[in-house]
Write a protein that binds this ligand. Structure first.
Ligand code: GDP
Ligand code: MG
Length: 177
């Protein structure tokens, strides 16, 4: 971003969670580098990306962690969650099972993070309307019941990606300043 050369006023950690292949890595690469990949990139070890965001007069540096595929084996360790002030919980609107697993993810997240952690629920792949298995209404309802922010996104078509991350970052900033 335009602010990458400046020092930041705040630095915080956020994590991406959700089932395998829901689009976590592509959401992050879209947000951090405006990139999208059609193939799923095999990653080794935990990765993270930074992006600086201007909020009012402050420059916030968001360090966003991505899993390296450990979610496939439900083997995300507590160090992944440690210190995270925000989380983006992702499901795939074309695979109901990824929506059904949200409760498990929330349980794990809440077990490992502090109570004030900002959580944004993201229903990704909104471009695939013809194969949708979870309605936007269902996503909204779940988010309301669990007190989460909610947004449908498309990492592929770059719809709402920026908005989802920025909503989380702004909320964290509001809480921590
Ligand atoms: P992860 O395992 O959660 O990190 O998921 P990936 O980011 O690796 O994405 C899994 C697959 O879904 C890849 O083939 C991506 O190209 C595809 N994908 C990710 N986001 C979208 C999206 O918004 N729309 C569509 N159509 N495909 C997507
Ligand atoms: Mg990934």
């Amino acid at each position: 971003s335009a602010y990458d050369d400046h020092e930041c006023d705040y630095l915080f950690k956020a994590v991406l969670i959700g089932d395998s292949a829901v689009g976590k890595s592509n959401l992050l690469s879209r947000f951090a580098r405006d990139e999208f990949r059609l193939d799923s990139k095999p990653t080794i070890g935990v990765e993270f990306a930074y992006r600086n965001v201007k909020i009012g007069d402050a420059v916030v540096k968001a360090q966003i962690w991505d899993t390296a595929g450990q979610e496939r084996f439900r083997a995300i360790t507590s160090s992944y969650y440690r210190g995270a002030l925000g989380a983006i919980l992702v499901y795939d609107i074309t695979r109901k099972s990824t929506f059904d697993n949200l409760k498990k993810w929330l349980w794990e997240l809440r077990e490992h993070s502090s109570p004030g952690t900002v959580i944004v629920l993201v229903g990704n792949k909104s471009d695939l309307t013809h194969s949708r298995e979870v309605s936007e209404e269902e996503g909204k309802k779940f988010a309301e019941a669990e007190s989460l922010c909610f947004m449908e996104t498309s990492a592929m078509e770059n719809v709402n990606v920026e908005e989802a991350f920025l909503q989380m970052i702004r909320r964290i900033h509001d809480i921590t300043r």
